[in-house]
Write a protein that binds this ligand. Structure first.
Ligand SMILES: Nc1nc2c(c(=O)[nH]1)N[C@H]1C(S)=C(S)[C@@H](COP(=O)(O)O)O[C@H]1N2
Ligand SMILES: [Mo]
Length: 300
């Protein structure tokens, strides 16, 4: 299929060329060129039709493999994912190096179709396979003193070409409050569309937190640490006034450089319309209770 997303977007550039066309130009273009086949697919915020596999695996953010959207698909083949283990340490009863194969032998893999909203104001719908993070934390036995969970991506610059450049302070790190980590929506994903996780999507195992901006969903995890202090997170370290620890999807709190009120579905075709962004990315009923009494403007 023709790829329409050849323009390179980064966290600094969220306006695709198509956004410069106004509605009249779009309609004229469609009528004049007979392009009804390119009309946007139904993909409203309430529509959970999964985005095409080719789109999910060819339009990525994974700065360890370059900052262009097509770089991860080009470069991630170099990543060795076997053997793989996750070090679980800090405030746990059973710290250690957990082989991924051992972890998987104890988990039931489910399919979860989630909306996925990047802070750059684009979105997809992804059919993930995985298990709840809580089940992994229970394996290690979280101690009562723990309040946060810190995550770390693999650091291997020989395989991850982007790590030879200072795009971010490597390794990529992320974190959640313990109640967020234990929430039943919080997934450790091992695949998409029933296939093993493609390398560009964070093989062999990544986090998925569907009510937060995509950068919280850290890829290719090698370490999980239970702690009583809010852990540092990569994008917050890089640009603290733009990316906070919480980073809950919120259409009412704009990014300092762009609106978060709407989003552009990827893969809906060249003429795809922006759709309204939903509070907590549509998971408000499930997660609003986690933030009761918190000022979501301050805790962005
Ligand atoms: N280790 C690591 N994890 C990461 C990133 C990254 O650059 N490195 N990018 C984040 C961002 S900004 C987004 S939007 C999602 C993209 O996931 P996808 O490529 O599977 O859609 O991964 C997140 N996890
Ligand atoms: Mo993102």
């Amino acid at each position: 299929m023709a790829h329409r997303w050849t323009n390179t977007l980064t966290h600094d550039d969220v306006t695709p060329k198509s956004a410069y066309l106004n509605r009249r130009q779009v309609m004229a273009g469609m009528a004049g060129l007979g392009l009804t086949a390119l009309a946007p697919k139904a993909n409203g915020a309430s529509d959970l039709t999964p985005t095409d596999f080719d789109v999910i695996t060819q339009y990525n953010n994974f700065y360890e493999f370059g900052t262009g959207k097509e770089d991860p698909a080009k470069n991630a083949h170099a990543l060795t994912t076997k053997p793989w283990s996750i070090k679980i340490d800090g405030m746990v009863d059973r710290p250690g190096d957990y082989a991924l194969s051992d972890i998987l032998s104890k988990m039931t893999i489910e399919e979860r179709i989630y909306r996925f909203r990047c802070v750059e104001a684009w979105s997809m719908v992804v059919p993930w396979n995985g298990f709840e993070l809580k089940d992994l934390l229970d394996l290690a036995g979280v101690q009562s003193s723990a309040k946060y969970v810190a995550f770390e991506t693999l650091y291997r610059p020989k395989e991850m070409v982007g790590q030879n450049y200072p795009f971010l302070d490597w390794p990529y790190v992320e974190g959640l409050r313990l109640d967020e980590a234990n929430h039943p929506l919080t997934l450790m994903a091992t695949g998409i569309y029933g296939k093993d996780m493609p390398k560009q999507n964070g093989a062999p195992i990544r986090l998925v937190v569907p009510w937060k901006y995509g950068f919280k969903s850290i890829k290719s995890i090698v370490r999980i640490t239970l702690t009583d202090k809010e852990p540092p997170t990569s994008w917050n370290k890089s640009i603290p006034n733009e990316y906070g620890f919480y980073s809950n999807v919120n259409p009412e709190v704009d990014h300092p450089r762009w609106s978060q009120a709407s989003e552009r579905p990827i893969g809906g075709g060249f003429f795809a319309k922006r759709i309204p962004t939903l509070m907590f990315n549509g998971y408000e009923k499930e997660v609003a209770g986690l933030y009761e009494g918190m000022d979501l403007r301050k805790n962005y």
